[in-house]
Each structure stands twice: as C-alpha cells, then as structure tokens.
Design a protein around this ligand. Structure first.
Ligand code: GLU
Length: 448
C-alpha cells in the first residue's frame, strides 16, 4: 500500500482531472484533502476502501430547466440544480441558493462542505445543496412566485422528508421557501418535513432565521471562554447584510461586542459607533433596500464602495458573512496587520485557500465555515425533529440547543486538532472530525 500522503495526492490529482473546470469545487477539495492525511495515516482501513475517492464523488447530480414567465409576458429560462452529495449519515440536507453566480462548480463545493458541516453537528443528516442562477434581486413578487413554482415542479420529483430536505441560502428566504413549499404540497401531499427554514406561521422553527449568525458568534464565544476571555468590548468587522450578517450583529451586541461594519455587493457601511441594527433590519428585512439608504438615515456613518475587507482599522474579531472568496490574501494580510485574533466564518468558504492558510500560519484562530456556520443547518435538523413530533419548541429551548451544538462543534475541532499535533488548527480539526464520522458510516454500509 502506498503511504497516506501519496494516496491522497493521487486522489486529488484524479479529482482535478475529472473536474478541471470546476474552480470552486477544486478549491474546496484542495483545502480539504491535505488536512486529512494525518488521519489516513492512522486509519489504513479507509485508504484500503478508497473512501476518499468515494466521498469526493457526488452520489447524484440533478440539473434541470426552469421556465417561467416575466411580468411582460416574455418567456424566460434559468438552470436549476440539486446536488445529492452524500447520504451516509442521513437524508441529503442543505440549502438552495438563487444567485447569478450559481453554477455546477459552486453548488458542488457547497454540497461537499455541507457533508462535513452536517456531520459535525452530530445530527443525522447527509449533505446536499441546490439552487439556480436566477436572480431574485429586482424581480417582482409575482415573478419570484412563478419562478419558485416552476423550480419546485421539477425539484419535487427528487426530494422528500426522508430523502432530501432543502432549505434556504443566499437569495432564498422565507418568501421563496413559502412559494416552493406551497407548490410541493400541490404536486405531492402535505409533508411538512420536506423543507426547513419554513415561516413560523406554518411548521417553521423558532430561532431558525437567527441560527447561522448566532451560531457563528457562539462558536467564537466558546473559543474565547477557553482563553479566559469574552466578547465584551471587542470591536468586530462583519461582512454581508443578509440573514447571517444581521443575526451575527445582533448576537455580538447581546454579548457586549461592537460590530462596526456590514456590506453588500457594491460597498460597505463603516459605523464607528456600532451598526444601527434596527435600521439595518428595517432596510433589509422590510424594504429590501440597498445599503446606500443607511447613511441617509445615519449621516455619522460612512458608505464606502468596494470590499469591506479593504477597511484599515484595528479589530480583534472578524465575521465574514457574505459569500465565497470574499477574503483574498491581501485582505488576510491587512487583517493580521491590524491585530485580528479570531476569524469566524458565517459564510461558506469566504476565505480563499491562500487567505485561510495565511490565517493559520499567522496564529489567528481561524474558524472555518463548515464548523462556525453550522448553526443554521443544525436548527434546520431541529426543525425536522419538531415537524416529526408535530410540536413547536419554545425559542429558549431551540437557542439553548443551538448553543450546546456550537460548543460541541468547537470542542470537537479543538480536540481533534490537538490529537493530530496541530493545536488551534480548526481547519484541520473540522475536516478530520467530519471526515472520520462520514468515512466510518460509509465503510459500515459497504460499497454503495
Ligand atoms: N444554507 C445553509 C448552510 O449553508 C443552511 C442549510 C440548511 O438549513 O439545510 O448551511
């Protein structure tokens, strides 16, 4: 048998050859594979069974046409996808993203990350992801509804409460979930558990909307507690202004920190006194406005065009909550120069591979998305439990469970890193711990 490192390299090369145009997917692979070599060295049985090759190949990829009519009566078409990547630990679980940047590569990276993220939660869910290159921005409510209905007309053939349970992601919130759920119900039968992130008005879970942002802050809280510190009086950079960013900001305030930024795809707000959360919610959740509106109501703040990661201010904690690859190496260097100690990712793969490696090498506590942003999918799994019970739990109960799950994920990453002589390397810890669970289940289930 070749040694673990040669084996991993060979598998990685094969993946590159077979998926050569899928930049984001290959990035996720290149981040993942080298980190699990120490685990493979101790577990030759998984190398014998070639689990690494199996786990990097999706079980199923579904691509379909989504035809819909716009408000002018013109016929439009978008591309829809569902990646059913791995079901070793449970039914496929993961969100749907509607954004013009969506393509096969982006969804395969997201679904791949989701496998290990879901494994880390300790809950019985496999990994999947889906979406479309449809852009809900600037569309009327009627257009969004017709698109969602058409999307679900096709997707309904492949999902179900015991097979594949989609939820939201970028561009898919409770409005879109509502329309898709309605269409599923019309085509199939009433099955509350087929989607999560449902509105509270029917079968949704308390705390789901807040879960990803709160979860990322809880992760940082548990890490700081280990260092004998809290978030109290710490200044934070937050990127994004969607669901994840808004509730990350909310939880930061609750724990005594001061988030000074938020951003959208055009620019960012720098509000030295701290982001006005109520104003942000009003703009984004009620009126779906751009961030340029923020400074009209709060002239003391600044709106700056470009990336928030160009901001040159001293800061201890950073929460990238926007999208993949928002932090490139230059920004990582700037953050380190400005004293950042913790980078906790609310988004999926917001740091480029070079940036992530730089954080780790610089001694920054780098908390990768697949660990730090697992709170959203964790509460989705709790929503599934509530739907099965036909009960809705109280907010406090969900929140306590979320905090407990994030503590468990943090400790798993910490302890797994220590066990592999890589103290504080949470990237390695998260990858090995997630892989170990999935590989074990795959080996037990045989060659399927
Ligand atoms: N889209 C979220 C994520 O990236 C949540 C998925 C879910 O709730 O199923 O984890």
């Amino acid at each position: 048998m070749t040694n673990a490192s040669e084996y991993a390299k060979k598998v990685q090369e094969n993946i590159h050859q077979g998926n050569s145009h899928e930049t984001e997917f290959l990035q996720a692979i290149d981040e993942f594979v080298p980190t699990i070599i120490p685990f493979l060295e101790n577990h030759p049985e998984y190398q014998e069974k070639n689990i690494l090759s199996l786990v990097t190949e999706p079980e199923r990829v579904i691509q379909f046409r989504v035809p819909w009519m716009d408000d002018q009566g013109d016929w439009q078409v978008n591309r829809g996808y569902r990646i059913q990547f791995n079901s070793a630990l449970g039914p496929y679980k993961g969100g749907l993203r509607f954004h013009p940047s969506v393509n096969l590569s982006v969804l395969k990276f997201l679904a791949f990350e989701q496998i290990f993220k879901n494994a880390l939660t300790g809950l019985p869910i496999g990994g999947g992801k889906g979406g479309s290159d449809f852009d809900p921005k600037g569309k009327s409510d009627g257009e969004v509804m017709r698109f969602c209905q058409s999307f679900m007309t096709e997707l309904a053939k492949y999902i179900g409460p015991n097979t594949d349970i989609p939820a939201g992601d970028i561009g898919v919130g409770k409005r879109e979930i509502g329309y898709m759920f309605g269409m599923y119900k019309r085509i199939k039968q009433y099955d509350a558990g087929v989607m999560t992130g449902k509105p509270l008005e029917f079968w949704g879970s308390q705390g789901r909307k807040e879960a990803t942002g709160y979860g990322a802050v809880y992760f940082a809280k548990h890490l700081l507690a280990d260092l004998g510190e809290t978030l109290e009086n710490k200044k934070a950079i937050v990127s994004g202004s969607g669901n994840v960013a808004i509730y990350c900001i909310e939880k930061l305030y609750q724990l005594g920190a001061t988030p000074v930024t938020c951003s959208d795809s055009n620019g960012f707000i720098y509000d030295e006194a701290g982001i006005d959360l109520e104003l942000l919610k009003e703009l984004k959740e009620v009126h779906r406005e751009r961030l340029t509106e923020y400074i009209k109501a709060r002239p003391s703040a600044q709106y700056v065009e470009g990336s928030v990661w160009n901001l040159d201010v001293e800061v201890e904690v950073a929460f990238p909550c926007a999208t993949q690859n928002e932090i490139q190496i230059d920004s990582a260097k700037r953050l380190v120069k400005n004293g950042v100690r913790i980078v906790a990712e609310g988004a999926n793969m917001p740091s480029s591979l070079e940036a992530a490696d730089y954080f780790v090498a610089s001694g920054v506590y780098y908390c990768p998305g697949k660990a730090a942003n697992a709170g959203g999918v964790a509460v989705s799994a709790l929503e599934m439990s509530q739907n099965s019970q036909r009960l809705q739990w109280e907010t406090e109960e969900v929140d306590q469970k979320l905090d407990g799950i994030m503590k468990h994920i943090y400790e798993t990453c910490r302890d797994t890193a220590i066990a592999h002589d890589a103290k504080d390397n949470f990237m390695l810890g998260a990858n090995i711990a997630g892989f170990a669970k999935v590989a074990q289940a795959m080996a037990i289930q045989g060659l399927v």
